[in-house]
Design a binder for this molecule. Structure first.
Ligand SMILES: Cc1cc2nc3c(=O)[nH]c(=O)nc-3n(C[C@H](O)[C@H](O)[C@H](O)COP(=O)(O)OP(=O)(O)OC[C@H]3O[C@@H](n4cnc5c(N)ncnc54)[C@H](O)[C@@H]3O)c2cc1C
Length: 327
């Protein structure tokens, strides 16, 4: 049995200092990802640094921006009245994920850094470049029904599993982080890395950097946002396809359109091509189909996941139709 040391951080400075003292250590927040992957032997740190007591549990609604602390539980955030009113897609995405019990434990920062549900990533005897660089990707020629049709490479086609991150991507969120070099803010569209030939590097975070929170700009578009998730069963299941959409409506025309897709890509997927198709136009079924077709032009389905192409078309259509009804 491998030994694992536990350290508890009382302050943000303590947390960073512990990471400096123990290179390769791992933060522990709600533990709903970390504990599973420690048990399965996918994570093998020598030290975990528990950040659960840090004062990062507030949702602060400012004049132009709302800041969500890294330790705000997913359930508190989903039911927060200001979040429901100003960012409905965020609340809907959170409530579509996991179960009530898991959402009570899961945190804002932890949700962003949860790991793929690719079964080969979690199976130590399988080739997986994301878990063990250089070993190959068993999913390419294996059972790849749940895998990505967008953003994959010849080294990895694992999907990003977070519903929350998809909504944040449509809402122009920024991730606040603190590390040895000080504090920085990263647009969420630049936070995740597509696998390319280095799938093990999933985000731009430097070793030891701590997520302090997420900042969301206020906008009319965000107030008119909507999330639709399609999965194998109605609860406690990850997305096969999902879409977060937002738009401002002015004289029947859509402006500041935002579209992000989940369940189909290696990162929460900002659908810029679809946005360009929809921007400044009157919503219609034909327009929604054109938006989906444009985005899907770059899709690369595999043996078992070609069904995601029509499924994504329908999912985006449902999300955009829902948005049109709201308007
Ligand atoms: C059965 C099951 C079903 C699920 N279904 C869904 C679903 O349908 N949709 C969905 O989106 N999610 C789903 N999840 C995932 C769940 O949302 C995540 O496990 C959870 O959000 C992770 O948050 P946590 O606080 O528990 O993170 P932890 O497990 O504590 O940490 C996860 C990762 O984040 C790092 N970390 C945590 N906080 C910070 C921080 N502040 N700064 C830097 N690094 C940090 C940790 O080191 C670790 O690498 C499911 C999980 C389970 C177990």
């Amino acid at each position: 049995m491998k030994e694992l040391a536990y350290a508890q951080a009382g302050t943000v400075a303590d947390a960073l200092a512990a990471m400096r003292r123990h290179p390769g250590a791992m933060y522990l927040a709600g533990g709903t990802t970390v504990v599973d992957l420690l048990r399965e032997g996918v994570f093998t740190p020598e030290v975990v640094v528990d950040i659960g007591r840090l004062p990062l549990r507030e949702v602060q609604v400012g004049r132009d921006v709302t800041t969500i602390g890294a330790l705000v539980p997913n359930s508190d955030l989903a039911w927060n009245p200001a979040i429901k009113a100003m960012f409905p897609a965020l609340s809907q995405a959170l409530l579509s994920g996991a179960s009530g019990q898991i959402r009570n434990m899961a945190t804002t920062g932890g949700n962003l850094l949860q790991r793929t549900r690719c079964p080969y990533y979690r199976e130590l005897t399988a080739a997986c470049n994301r878990r063990s660089p250089g070993t190959g990707c068993a999913a390419l020629d294996g059972f790849n029904r749940s895998h990505a049709i967008l953003g994959g490479s010849d080294h990895c086609i694992a999907t990003h599993p977070s519903d929350f991150a998809v909504a944040l991507t449509a809402l122009d969120a920024r991730v606040q982080v603190l590390g040895a070099e000080g504090e920085r803010e990263i647009p969420i569209t630049a936070f995740y890395l597509q696998p390319g030939d280095t799938p093990a590097r999933e985000t731009v975070l430097e070793p030891g950097e701590l997520i302090l929170g997420v900042r969301l700009p206020h906008s009319e578009s965000a107030r008119h946002s909507h999330y639709v998730k399609v999965r194998d069963r109605q609860s406690f299941e990850f997305a096969l396809a999902s879409a977060a959409v937002a738009a401002e409506v002015s004289e029947g025309v859509w402006r500041n359109v935002r579209v992000a897709l989940g369940g189909v890509a290696t990162v929460p997927w900002r659908a810029r091509t679809a946005e360009q198709t929809l921007e400044g136009r009157r919503p219609s079924a034909a327009l929604f189909t054109a938006a989906a077709e444009g985005e899907l032009a770059g899709a690369r389905p595999r043996r078992h996941n070609a069904f995601k192409v029509p499924l994504l078309r329908q999912t985006l259509n449902a999300a955009l139709s829902g948005l049109a009804d709201l308007a």
